[in-house]
Design a protein around this ligand. Structure first.
Ligand SMILES: Cc1cc2nc3c(=O)[nH]c(=O)nc-3n(C[C@H](O)[C@H](O)[C@H](O)COP(=O)(O)O)c2cc1C
Length: 205
């Protein structure tokens, strides 16, 4: 529920990323599962929207980062249309954050570093999964996992070339806080260019 203190936080914020980070930190403490879960919407070349969950892996003033397979449906949609929207909902806090904007591919170095931090089984899984392509049987996936586990033995598993990080560089960020009797609070931050100044306004719920 929105308290007076949060309302003051909104009013005082001149940019949205620190507020996003502070809500995200609060969600890490209060959400029972996956506070990083974010619904990611993309659109294909015909403009048909698509949406699925991904994990939010970074928030900073340059944008919001997630990782995926560039040959997946979302990867191909992004290739055709480098723009996305995303939403996170934390039930335990009664809060929602929405964002929209162009998407950039992060540096190979940054993707390498994150990939290296993942559990070994997840690294093998990234090699084994041709994400979103037709899979003939569960056994075929297990065979692919066994193949890459054998290939990389006990050494370091390199990042697959089609597995990388993307960054949404938002021009629109909205903070929604649940209020009583559906009188929720909505604060929007907008800017016109990547380095432009943020303009803040409140919306009717
Ligand atoms: C909570 C949750 C988190 C997920 N995180 C990711 C993720 O970070 N990256 C990813 O590629 N898929 C993730 N997935 C799987 C995607 O939702 C989706 O099934 C997959 O990426 C294929 O989507 P696409 O065919 O639209 O590309 C996650 C699923 C759930 C339910």
């Amino acid at each position: 529920m929105l308290t007076g203190l949060e309302t003051r936080d909104f009013a005082a914020a001149s940019e949205p990323f620190s507020l996003f980070q502070s809500w995200f930190d609060a969600a890490q403490k209060s959400e029972p599962n996956d506070p990083e879960a974010m619904a990611l919407a993309t659109a294909d070349a015909n403009g048909l929207p698509n949406v699925r969950m991904v994990l939010l892996k970074g928030i900073d003033s340059s944008g919001i980062t997630f990782y995926t397979n560039s040959e997946s449906a979302k990867g191909r949609e992004l290739q055709a249309n480098m723009q996305a929207a995303a939403v996170l909902h934390w039930k335990s806090l009664g809060r929602q954050v929405r964002l929209r904007g162009p998407v950039e591919i992060i540096s190979a170095k940054e993707s390498d570093e994150y990939f290296a931090s993942r559990p070994r089984q997840s690294q093998i899984g990234a090699w084994a999964s041709q994400q979103s392509r037709s899979l003939e049987s569960r056994f075929a996936l297990e065979r692919a996992v066994a193949k890459y586990a054998a290939k990389y033995g006990f050494g370091e598993v390199p990042r697959p070339p089609n597995w990388q990080g993307y960054k949404i560089v938002p021009f629109y960020l909205e903070f929604w806080a649940e209020g009583t009797f559906r009188l929720h609070d909505r604060i929007v931050f907008r800017r016109h260019t990547e380095l432009g100044a943020w303009r803040q306004e409140r919306l009717y719920p």
